[in-house]
Ligand binder design. Structure first.
Ligand code: WT7
Length: 650
């Protein structure tokens, strides 16, 4: 990537800066360099301090870190229980009546669950699992809508030491089969169905289809939510509420080793087979509690926190379940989509619960932009004091829109970079300390060490390169379930001694980090590397554009050519040549898309990630492979039709 620093530097720079507002600083946990300097002085004792300050241990550790690259063990010899940390200790400390979860169902039904109630539910369900023969070390699969029982199930697994593997409820039954079989899970916890866009989407039929092909599953527990008709197989399938009615109320937490497996979470790699990312107990919990407290500046006595992710993703694991509950937070959990019954549903929820901290994804923010600023302006959002984003680079225009229309110009924004594999946030502003720039995730957190390196692995002080993590961190993945070689090959082979995240990054003149997306999304046009993200950002900066996705398609002359897929804002119109010129103005002629397709929607996974592979396939006229992870497969048919039309016009 060093061959094109000039090009990268010539790309549009963002020079606006936002210092933390004085009112925010006045109450923030972190307002100076002290965490950074402690971490720089002694990394291990820094993390040990966090672990003892934020977590309760049944038995202290002997060794903070055993590092035998690429194998890390944190807080070796320490014993603890994650559920006890998330529930019992808060109740014992007198916070039993504090609300843990304000749950809002999509149809508008609500539940308020205190810490004491959540603990009682988790203890009972732990006994249910034991009654079904689950023992410490057995794997449990969870395939649920966004209902409190999803968190109860995860915490009960943690309580009895049975690692869970949550599969996002939007995944197909085939995806579920693959993940259950890889983990050899013994029990599947699911629901009849859940609400989405005003209708019940059935889960149990998909679970049934899956279980027909998963010999390891002995029992299926079914939460009643959708009230849709389901078939219950005698002896195998059980209603959650019936088992709970008979369960004993008390279940002491299992004493777990710091390095015992807490969960598996499957994530896509470059091959077709998903990787079962392994996360363990003490280090993971320390990392998520520390980052949740400091990145979100959580004050548990007065904050109402809301993360809009699904528990099926790592964001839901770390920043709905484990981080917030470990910190005794009060949070909102919402079942459904942002546009039911209207496009203002999220803002209605913020107003209703007086949400103070709001964490969502850039793709959602761009969707809100498309729906227009009138939607948030229907509601009183004055309770908000901090905004966060995660999942992909956020373009400066979306950042500014979020800042102004949701944050009312007063809320710091934390753009948090991390991955399923890192377990918790790695790069992010500290909102009471860091001066932000729209679109930059800014700096690594205290305790996190990175280097941007070139192809040869040499550190780059300035300009573009590959993002690597140079020191172990507590929340890091411990391996890929059943495939130790893939763990080494995928993460630890490209740059010696470092973890390679798979992302490109650029360091600007002030040392700010700009994440450029996955390196396979970085295009090479006529020998110049151009980030898809930067071209997208340029397109989205045009007032008519709501959302854009850019891919590099093979081109006989230039190596790759830039193809753009663009969604216009409602009521807006613009022609292709105007947009191409706009990109040229924003970045340079080199970045002009060769082709631009207008499309009413972009193909996205159910988690909201744009499927670039598919877009490349469309651009290159290839047959499309597996589209089952798409939220809406018809989007692709439409794209192919339009692409075919365009090429026949050529
Ligand atoms: C990939 C990880 C982390 C939870 C959700 C996604 C991209 C994530 C950012 C950000 C730029 C980001 C990276 C990363 N990513 N956050 N703030 N800025 N890119 O988890 O599915 O494991 O994906 O998401 O490319 O490698 P994931």
């Amino acid at each position: 990537m060093t061959d094109n620093n000039d090009t990268i530097d010539a790309l549009s720079h963002e020079n606006r800066t936002f210092a933390p507002p004085a009112a925010f600083v006045a109450q923030a946990h972190v307002t100076d360099d002290s965490l950074h300097s402690a971490a720089r002085a002694d990394l291990e004792s820094f993390w040990a301090t966090q672990a003892s300050k934020l977590i309760s241990w049944q038995q202290p550790w002997d060794t903070v870190l055993e590092w035998d690259l690429p194998y890390a063990k944190w807080f070796v010899g320490g014993k603890l229980n994650v559920a006890e940390n998330c529930l019992d200790r808060h109740v014992q400390a007198g916070f039993g009546d504090k609300v843990a979860i304000y749950w809002e169902g999509e149809p508008g039904d609500t539940r308020v669950i205190t810490y004491a109630e959540l603990l009682a539910e988790v203890e009972r369900f732990s006994n249910v699992l034991k009654g079904l023969g689950v023992r410490k070390g057995d794997r449990i699969n969870i395939y649920m809508p966004m209902v409190p029982e999803a968190a109860v199930a995860m915490l009960a697994c943690a309580r009895i030491g049975a690692p869970h593997s949550v599969v996002f409820g939007g995944f197909s039954s085939q995806s579920l089969v693959d993940r259950i079989n890889d983990a050899e899970a013994k029990v599947l916890i699911t629901a009849d169905g859940g609400y989405r866009r005003g209708e019940v989407f059935p889960l149990k039929p998909a679970a049934d289809e899956a279980v027909a092909q998963t010999p390891s599953i002995e029992h299926v527990v079914v939460v009643k939510r959708g009230n849709n008709d389901v078939t219950m197989v005698e002896g195998r399938d059980h209603w959650y509420h019936e088992l709970m009615a008979d369960a004993a109320p008390s279940c002491p937490p299992e004493s777990m080793d710091s390095e015992d497996l807490l969960f598996l979470l499957y994530t896509s790699g470059t091959t077709g087979k998903p990787k079962g990312i392994m996360h363990t107990t003490g280090g993971y919990l320390t990392h998520v509690a520390y980052t949740h407290r400091n990145v979100f500046d959580l004050h548990r006595d007065r904050d109402v926190y809301w993360c809009t992710a699904d528990v099926g993703w790592i964001t839901g694991h770390s920043y709905i379940v484990y981080g917030p509950l470990a910190n005794g937070a009060t949070q909102v959990m919402y079942e459904g989509v942002p546009n039911y019954p209207g496009n203002d549903r999220f803002w209605a929820i913020v107003e209703k619960y007086r949400v103070t901290i709001f964490y969502t994804a850039p793709t959602a923010i761009r969707t809100f932009m498309k729906w227009g600023a009138d939607e948030p302006s229907k509601h009183d959002l004055s309770s908000l004091r901090l905004l966060g984003t995660v999942g992909e680079p956020i373009n400066p225009e979306a950042w500014m829109w979020y800042h102004e229309n949701i944050g009312g110009g007063r809320c710091p924004i934390v753009d948090t970079w991390w991955q399923t594999e890192t377990g918790g946030i790695m790069i992010s502003p500290l909102p009471g300390y860091t001066t932000t720039k729209p679109g930059s995730a800014t700096f690594p957190l205290p305790g996190v060490n990175i280097a941007v390196v070139d192809d040869a692995g040499q550190e780059v002080e300035h300009g573009g390169g590959y993002l690597t993590l140079t020191q172990p961190w507590p929340g890091m993945l411990r391996g890929i379930w059943g495939d130790p070689q893939r763990f080494v090959d995928t993460y630890w082979s490209r740059f010696e001694g470092s973890y390679f995240a798979g992302d490109g990054a650029r360091l600007d003149d002030d040392g700010y980090l700009w994440l450029l997306g996955r390196v396979d999304d970085v295009m090479n046009v006529s020998g110049h590397r151009i980030s898809t993200t930067e071209v997208e950002s340029a397109l989205v900066s045009h007032p008519a554009v709501a959302e854009a996705a850019v891919v590099g398609a093979n081109d006989a002359t230039t190596g790759q050519a830039i193809f753009a897929y663009v969604t216009l804002r409602g009521g807006q119109d613009v022609d292709v040549s105007t947009l191409r010129d706009h990109v040229a103005t924003e970045i340079g002629a080199i970045a002009k898309p060769k082709a631009i397709f207008f499309t009413p929607d972009l193909p996205k996974t159910r988690s909201g990630k744009i499927m670039r592979r598919l877009l490349r396939d469309v651009a290159e006229g290839r047959n499309l492979g597996d589209t089952t992870t798409l939220a809406d497969a018809s989007v692709v048919d439409e794209l192919q039709r339009r692409a075919a039309e365009t090429s026949s016009e050529d």
